[in-house]
Each structure stands twice: as structure tokens, then as C-alpha cells.
Design a protein around this ligand. Structure first.
Ligand code: TXD
Length: 315
């Protein structure tokens, strides 16, 4: 057994390297950063380790291009793939990222058979399903990060709109990580008060639309890539809840087996995260309209799972 927890991050790009920095600087775990680009993860590791004395952290990071060096990891985070370019939909990335994620998940789990797998690569819900299929892990050990990020965006927009501390805002977004995601005003609160009591319906609709477009808004502004700072915070929240067995109740892309009338699909729902992974999937008492939105979002995920499954796994 490792003396300290070990987190492998596959893909040393913007999201992967930012996550590595968070994990190391907060002394959460030792990190192995793997990328296909020769020298790149090794360079990032050296750079981060050289900050160790300044930041005062004890944990170390190593960079590699070889899965052998990832052996014995407790958590594997997959960020490898291509980011969206302006005008490109998440689904355009389906096949190319699907092949990358399948291969990464299989190789990582071959070297760390007990690890939990967190998928980050887009299109998120589909990639999570493929990683689960490819590794055949128990579904509670495989999950996708998106709902925490989408909820954090909704949370920020609500705080801005009301001019209140973001600390008092709780927001909840379910569904797939795409335009059909389902922000839930009834379950989004400021100091315990649902925003439906604080904001006009038209204003809430505007905040919902901005949340649904949250990733694309940043891509359009940055031009050279997508969001990575809040995404790294969102992944970190999951990793720490798992490693410290915190049982955070957060939305993650989890495997559904009948909940919300959905089966054999990964989609964003509220879960409790602990040492065992997704320890519980919560089934909220949604209105028919909310449930309909969630099912529509799931239907679009399922359609893409089918396309990906046919084009990659079956070939
Ligand atoms: O909410 C969410 N789930 C997301 C998802 C939020 C933000 C970013 N989201 C997605 O994560 C994004 O659409 C991408 O699919 C991934 C990674 O985003 P990032 O911004 O970090 O992309 P980069 O900077 O291009 O990094 C990708 C790295 C890059 O260094 C490649 O060399 C590497 O992935 N890569 C690989 N590493 C290992 N193995 C293979 N096969 C491989 N292919 C590419």
C-alpha cells in the first residue's frame, strides 16, 4: 500500500496541470502526470516540485509518458483529449476523444486495478460510459465531472445577480454536460431560500441560459481553448471527497439503474462521494417538467453513446 494517497492525472494540458498544482499545493496526495507528449509532463513536474519549498508542500509530482509509472494509484483522472475549438460542438469530439479515453482508462486500470476513475474529457457523459464499458469496473468506481462545474457556474451567476456572497449560494444542475443540462431553481438557494422566491422567472431563465452556455462563453472569449480553472476546482472537490471519505453530496455523472426512469446511462445526478466512489445516487422528487428536461438531456446523451459505441467499441 502507498504511504500517501496517489493520484494519476492523464493529460497534462490546461485542466490536468492545473489540477496537479491544486493537489500538490494542498498536500492532498502524490501526483503522477501522464501525457503523450514527450518531456511535457516531466517538465511540468520539475517546475511544480521546484515550487515545493516556496509553497511549503510535502507531496511530490512526477511526470511520465509510460503507464508503468502510474501503478498503485488510488484515483485516476482522465483529462486527455482534444479541447473544443470555437464553433465546434462537444459531439464533434466524440470519436477521437472516445478512442483516447478508452485506451487511457484500460491502461491506467491495468496498472492500478483498485483505482477509482474520474472522467473529465468531453463529451463528458459519453466518455464516462465508454471508460466504464472499456474497463468493466463496478459502476460506482467510475464517474464523470461536470455537474459540480455547471452548478458552480450557476452559483456564481446567482450571486452576481443578487449582489450577495457566493458563499451563501447553493446551486444544483443535473443532466448531461451539454446545452440540455438542467439547472434546478427550486433546489438552488441563497442562505436556504430558494431563488424562486428571490428572482423573477425571466431573470432566472436568463441565468439558466447563461449556465447552459457557460463553457461555450469562455471558449468564445479565450479563442485558444476552454475553461480550466473552475474545472480543476471541480475535479479537486471530487478527489478530496473520495480520498478523505468526506461524503460530499454533489452532482456527478453517475451510472443509473432505474433512477429517474433512466437505465444503463451515465448522466449528472446528485451523489454522495466517498472512499468507495459513488456511494449513493439520490433520487429527487422532481416535478414532471423537471423530470422531462432531465430525460430529454439523457436521451441526447444516450444517442451519442449509441453512436460512439457503434463506431468505436463494436469495431
Ligand atoms: O466539465 C468538464 N467535464 C470539462 C471538460 C471542463 C473543462 C474541460 N473539459 C474537457 O477536458 C475538454 O473539452 C477536453 O476534452 C479535456 C481537457 O481539457 P484541456 O483544456 O486540459 O485540454 P488540453 O490543454 O488540450 O489538454 C489535453 C491534453 C494535452 O496535453 C494532450 O497532449 C493530451 O491531453 N493527450 C493525451 N494524453 C495522454 N494520452 C493520450 N492518448 C492523449 N491524447 C492527448
Amino acid at each position: 500500500m502507498n504511504k500517501f494517497p496517489r493520484v494519476t492525472i492523464i493529460g497534462g494540458g490546461k485542466v490536468g496541470s492545473t489540477l496537479a498544482q491544486r493537489v500538490i499545493e494542498k498536500d492532498l496526495a502524490d501526483v503522477v502526470l501522464l501525457d503523450v507528449v514527450a518531456g511535457m509532463p516531466q517538465g511540468i513536474a520539475l517546475d511544480l516540485n521546484q515550487a515545493g519549498g516556496l509553497e511549503g508542500n510535502q507531496r511530490q509530482i512526477s511526470g511520465t509518458n509510460d503507464y508503468i509509472d502510474t501503478a498503485g494509484s488510488d484515483v485516476v483522472v482522465i483529462t486527455a483529449g482534444l479541447p473544443r475549438k470555437p464553433g465546434m460542438s462537444r459531439n464533434d469530439l466524440l470519436k477521437i476523444n472516445g478512442e483516447i479515453v478508452i485506451q487511457a482508462a484500460q491502461q491506467a486500470i491495468a496498472h492500478s486495478p483498485d483505482a477509482l476513475l474520474i472522467i473529465v474529457t468531453n463529451p463528458l457523459d459519453v466518455m464516462t460510459y465508454l471508460a466504464w464499458q472499456a474497463t468493466k469496473l463496478p459502476p460506482q468506481r467510475v464517474m464523470g465531472m461536470a455537474g459540480i462545474l455547471d452548478s458552480a457556474r450557476f452559483q456564481y451567476f446567482i450571486a452576481q445577480e443578487l449582489g450577495v456572497s457566493i458563499k451563501d449560494v447553493n446551486a444544483l444542475v443535473l443532466g448531461g454536460h451539454g446545452d440540455l443540462m438542467v439547472p434546478l431553481p427550486r433546489y438552488s438557494t441563497v442562505g436556504g431560500v430558494p431563488i424562486t422566491e428571490l428572482l423573477e422567472p425571466g431573470v432566472i431563465d436568463r441565468l439558466i441560459a447563461r449556465t447552459q452556455n457557460g463553457g461555450a462563453e469562455i471558449v468564445e472569449l479565450m479563442r485558444t481553448g476552454g475553461a480550466y480553472l473552475a474545472p480543476a476546482s471541480a475535479i479537486y472537490t471530487m478527489v478530496v471527497s473520495i480520498l478523505e471519505n468526506q461524503k460530499r453530496q454533489v452532482p456527478v455523472a453517475a451510472y443509473l439503474q432505474g433512477q429517474y426512469g433512466l437505465e444503463d446511462i451515465f448522466v449528472g445526478v446528485p451523489c454522495r462521494l466517498g472512499q468507495q466512489g459513488v456511494e449513493e445516487v439520490l433520487e429527487l422528487d422532481l416535478t414532471p417538467e423537471e423530470l422531462g428536461q432531465l430525460q430529454r438531456s439523457a436521451a441526447s446523451v444516450r444517442e451519442n453513446i449509441q453512436i460512439a459505441y457503434n463506431s468505436i467499441l463494436a469495431s
